[in-house]
Design a protein. Structure first.
Length: 313
């Protein structure tokens, strides 16, 4: 009897992934060669432990070096849709997202912002999300999205503008809300045209229960054939009610879940459209809660997460 196919999808914020002699944000932020090698080795170990087939990546500054690293560990397919901003030839800001896959990426593009009209003016994405289609053996095509939503850091205003901390915070939240909404609308549109199993991976920069990011999963009245996203952790917890969700990021001593893998109804066990029998969920957080300096000195400030789906094909 043949083994049922499975698929593991991960999300990883690499945290200031820029190869020397380039710097991130400030001219003093340059890894020396030993630090850069430590950072690459740490990243490889985390990916090896998760053993994903597809991985959504955030905070990429050095695109070519990132592509090379993932090729070395078994991900021959790699795409981006944007480039980081570079100041003074070597200071990088505005990192991009990327998608690495063990299987062919047959289509990829940037997720566009909404077209403005007389009733609203939607912003551009702070970091351009990726929409891709991946061809998985036996399973077939799936749609994969990668995002890194606007941070909670207050939007900086020009010196001539009225300035107040609450205004900057509100503008940041508003941007993040627009990004969540625009992602959902685009995903719904693509699903209506071609209803593939769909996955959204990324750093949401806020809990999914917030007023902004919850727009991705908020129920609306629709027919049963419309896209219905759910947090893959929730799919897992429904079958493991005693499981406690680890934080994926810490601000001082406060832990928060910022990194997510959302899935369409084909990857939800209780859905009548489900294609899976089971799901496992992994959060690699040891470097956040019990770090070893020698092993984790160039670690990410986020946990990497992965969901493994067992298909019933």
């Amino acid at each position: 009897m043949s083994k049922q196919p499975n698929l593991t999808i991960a999300s990883a914020n690499l945290f200031n992934f820029v190869a020397p002699p380039n710097a991130f944000y400030d001219f003093e932020n340059i890894y020396d060669q030993a630090q850069w090698q430590d950072k690459c080795d740490w990243t490889k170990r985390q990916i090896a432990e998760l053993n994903p087939d597809i991985i959504g990546i955030q905070e990429v500054f050095s695109i070519a070096e990132t592509e090379k690293l993932f090729a070395e560990i078994g991900f021959p397919y790699f795409v981006t849709v944007d480039t980081p901003h570079i100041e003074d030839d070597y200071i990088y800001s505005k990192p991009v997202v990327a998608l690495a896959s063990k299987y062919p990426i047959t289509h990829h593009q940037a997720v566009p912002p909404l077209t403005n009209n007389a009733e609203f003016h939607a912003p551009n994405f702070s970091r351009q999300p990726i929409y891709a289609v991946v061809d998985i053996p036996v399973i077939g095509h799936i749609a994969v999205y990668v995002c890194h939503l606007k941070s909670q850091r207050g939007t900086e205003l020009s010196e001539s503008s009225f300035n107040h901390p609450l205004l900057g915070s509100w503008l940041s939240s508003q941007q993040r809300g627009w990004e969540a909404l625009m992602l959902r609308l685009f995903m719904e549109q693509q699903y209506a045209q071609n209803p593939l199993p769909s996955v959204l991976t990324g750093d949401f920069n806020q809990s999914l229960i917030s007023d902004t990011t919850s727009l991705l999963v908020k129920p609306v009245e629709s027919d049963g054939l419309a896209l219905q996203l759910q947090d893959s952790w929730q799919v897992y917890q429904d079958k493991h009610p005693c499981a406690t969700r680890p934080a994926t990021h810490y601000h001082f001593a406060k832990g928060n879940v910022l990194d997510y893998i959302l899935v369409s109804q084909e990857l939800q066990i209780e859905s009548p459209y489900s294609l899976i029998d089971s799901i496992d969920y992994t959060t690699l957080d040891k470097h956040l809660i019990n770090p070893s300096f020698e092993q984790d000195k160039q670690a990410s400030d986020h946990a990497f997460v992965a969901a493994q789906f067992q298909f019933s094909l």
